[in-house]
Design a protein around this ligand. Structure first.
Ligand code: ASP
Length: 308
């Protein structure tokens, strides 16, 4: 693998092989945290640049930790104090940083397609998509699948309800691409204004009522309202959205044993009640730890197997 730009272009076997590697890294990671084991030298001497043009907590830090646990040199590019503020273009920033010797760029950008563009501009270095606009967030879906794989011991042919701002969600798009390859039964649930116009292309079943969408599913996957991407009013008020689409503890009896997941950041009380966020069915913090493991697997797959 030279780049990871999205899951639309990965096949079932490639996804399963990353999950298998991620699972091994997760087991190793648990031992590191418990027994303070030493990092692995697999990426010693490789240089990784985290190039984030949008805010991030989980994705950025987990890539940083993943790289360091493999002994790579990880540098975080600081947008606020960079020449981007002086008008430098994305292209020139990429070429400048590549000349300094970076082997891989982890890129988050508000433009859909920014990572694909970067992979064409860069002469040698690899690109990993850490979220590009409303397009894809492949590493999020891979960590979500790893979470399900570990909890259910299988990752194919299950049922999921993805609820919330589907229209603006790169997480939902990556999930739908991957879950279709793994033969899932996919319910999506949102007010009509928060669904893509071409939703029928995605091979999903559409619901507008939360109670119907989550009935008997294996995974309830809640999304945040992406207000930073909304240029118009998509629903009358946040209170009204919440009244209809917020996941509460009463809802959980409709899907006994279902895993409750969210990519973060959660807006407590908006898309989920705080007691559900912290409850026994919530896998949110497990998702976060799996984020480190799957990113180790991804970095290793790209940089560890490349000819030096
Ligand atoms: N963290 C995810 C993303 O970057 C989800 C979100 O922000 O709501 O897309």
């Amino acid at each position: 693998m030279k780049h990871l730009l999205g899951l639309e272009s990965l096949d079932r076997e490639e996804i399963l092989s990353l999950l298998k590697k991620g699972k091994e890294y997760r087991e190793w990671l648990d031992e590191v945290y418990e027994k303070r084991r030493q990092p692995l030298p697999h990426l010693k001497g490789r240089r990784i640049c985290l190039l984030f043009y949008e805010p991030s907590t989980r994705t950025r830090h987990s890539f940083e930790i993943a790289g360091r646990l493999l002994e790579a040199d990880v540098t975080s590019f600081s947008l606020a104090v960079s020449s981007v503020q002086k008008g430098e273009s994305f292209k020139d920033t990429l070429l400048t940083l590549e000349s300094m010797g970076f082997d891989l760029f982890v890129i988050r950008h508000s433009y859909s397609g920014a990572c694909f563009y970067a992979s064409n501009i860069l002469r040698r270095a690899s690109v990993v998509n850490a979220g590009d606009g409303m397009h894809e967030h492949p590493t999020q879906t891979l960590l979500d699948l790893l979470t399900i794989y570990r909890a259910r011991n299988k990752v194919e042919g299950l049922r999921i309800a993805i609820v919330g701002d589907i229209l603006h969600s790169r997480v939902a798009r990556s999930a739908i691409f991957a879950l279709n390859k793994l033969n899932w039964n996919i319910h999506i649930c949102a007010p009509p204004t928060l669904l893509p116009k071409d939703v029928e292309k995605f091979n999903v079943k559409v619901f507008h009522r939360l109670e119907e969408a989550i009935k008997d599913v294996d995974v309830i996957y809640m999304l945040r309202i992406q207000r930073e991407r909304q240029k118009e009013q998509f629903f009358p008020s946040l209170e009204e959205y919440s009244r209809l689409y917020r996941l509460t503890s009463q809802h959980l009896s409709l899907a006994p044993g279902a895993m409750v997941m969210h990519p973060g950041p959660v807006n407590r009380g908006v898309e989920m009640e705080g007691t559900v966020v912290d409850g026994g069915e919530s896998f949110i913090l497990d998702q976060v730890r799996n984020g480190v493991a799957i990113r180790m697997a991804i970095l290793h797959s790209i940089l560890g197997e490349e000819k030096r």
